[in-house]
Design a protein around this ligand. Structure first.
Ligand code: PMP
Length: 413
């Protein structure tokens, strides 16, 4: 070697596994799962190739499946008006804004989208970022620090967890949807910290249930904490007008300090947003690393998202249909004796199968019958609460739901 030392001899005591990717624990676990499913003769339910728009139905391997594995809740991904907005934006702005918005990446459609989101929540302002996951990581990770406390529902999404870890704040979780437990926790811990952030979701994506938001607002006021609500699955889904959990409970948008949402689900785009008071939004726009040091959202993503938000507001019948179909799915599933866990019949219905293996088997059996639904396995959930997860679209039909539940019953574990 250039230095005259033999690195192999020098580090002979360093285990081989520390220098090889194929020896990493996570990788070995994936290999075991593949091996097990091959032995059991079940196909791989992951990375299935969808060959067109994935909505209430989807094309896989040249065949049409009834699809419950996409978050296209209102059928707006694939809507010609939304697609046209993307095409027009490409024609006008090209395919990349090529820089952070702070320097030369700003385009008119960014502010148009942000203003529309702020209006939706009845708050001062909003900022959009290129990834929903990154929005949580950078917002929580940047705003809070080692003198602060972050308390969150035990079922919070990975992106909020990573943000909380990045922040260096003390992190505590409370039992799912239990505002009384949160109150007790803050009673004991509040005074040891400067700022306190409570994180909830509008609709929990594993179970399809939601928090009693007015009760959580009361707790956050009592303990002088900030409240953040992640609306990834609730915007466009909950409330009479589909304007999310705030619409569902009829609360003022200003009662929540940080509204977060993703543009990738109902809004048929990609990215995330933070909405709230000007001081919050401006602060993030100048200093949050995931915004400041990252390229601006491409115009052909912002423009269709804005078009989708307009359609959501102009066509509330889509939301009502989604809510009707979800309630129908839940009622019929329960009538058939399926274990739907905590599901409330709002766009997401869980079907607990008892084990990861039976979830994989059910998913495979339904796939063979023309139904695409994703299994959720340990460690994403506990082993005994492994499940299939059905995402409903307003474009499903009762007949498709009946066919699905009939197929489920025939294969029921
Ligand atoms: N928050 C929640 C609650 C989510 O479910 C997700 C993704 N499914 C995200 C944030 C991240 O959003 P995105 O996939 O748009 O990056």
């Amino acid at each position: 070697s250039p230095s005259g030392l033999n690195p192999l001899a020098k580090h002979a005591d360093i285990p081989e596994a520390w220098c090889r990717f194929d020896q990493q624990a996570g990788y070995k676990q994936i290999q075991l799962i593949y091996k097990g499913s091959t032995q059991l003769g079940v196909g791989n339910p992951f990375f299935r190739l969808h060959e067109g728009v994935a909505g209430a139905t989807t094309q896989i391997g040249g065949q049409t499946y009834i699809n419950y594995a996409s978050y296209n809740y209102l059928g707006l991904s694939g809507d010609p008006r939304v697609s046209q907005a993307a095409k027009d934006a490409v024609d006008q702005y090209g395919t990349s804004v090529s820089a952070s918005r702070l320097v030369s990446g700003e385009r008119p459609v960014h502010r148009q989208l942000e203003t529309a989101i702020a209006q939706t929540y009845g708050v001062d302002d909003a900022v959009v970022m290129v990834s929903g996951h990154a929005t949580n990581v950078t917002t929580i990770g940047y705003l809070f620090g080692t003198n602060d406390l972050i308390v969150h529902d035990e079922l919070i999404h990975n992106s909020s967890l990573i943000g909380a870890q990045l922040s260096g704040a003390k992190r505590l979780s409370f039992p799912h949807n239990d505002y009384a437990a949160l109150d007790r926790l803050l009673q004991e811990n509040r005074r040891q910290y400067e700022r306190v952030l409570i994180i909830l979701e509008g609709l929990y994506s594993m179970d399809g249930d939601y928090p009693d938001l007015p009760e959580f607002i009361a707790v956050k006021c009592k303990h002088k904490a900030f409240l953040m609500v992640d609306e990834a699955h609730s915007l466009g889904v909950m409330g009479n007008s589909g304007l999310g959990i705030r619409d569902h409970f009829g609360i003022d948008g200003k009662e929540v300090d940080i509204w977060m949402g993703t543009l990738s689900k109902t809004l048929a785009g990609c990215g995330g947003f933070i909405a709230g008071e000007s001081a919050l939004v401006e602060h993030l726009k100048f200093l949050a690393p995931g915004f400041l040091y990252s390229v601006g959202m491409p115009a052909q993503v912002a423009a269709p998202t804005l078009a989708a938000l307009h359609i959501l507001k102009q066509e509330p019948e889509r939301v009502r249909r989604l809510q009707q179909l979800s309630a129908y799915f839940l009622a019929q599933a329960q009538r058939l004796g399926m274990d739907t866990g905590q599901s409330q019949g709002i766009a997401i219905i869980a079907a607990l199968t008892g084990s990861s293996l039976s979830a994989v088997r059910m998913s495979e059996a339904l796939f063979q019958k023309g139904i695409n639904v994703q299994p959720i396995l340990y460690p994403a959930v506990s082993e005994k609460s492994a499940r299939l997860r059905f995402f409903i679209s307003c474009e499903h039909t009762e007949a498709q739901i009946d066919q699905t539940l009939q197929a489920y019953r025939e294969e029921m574990p």
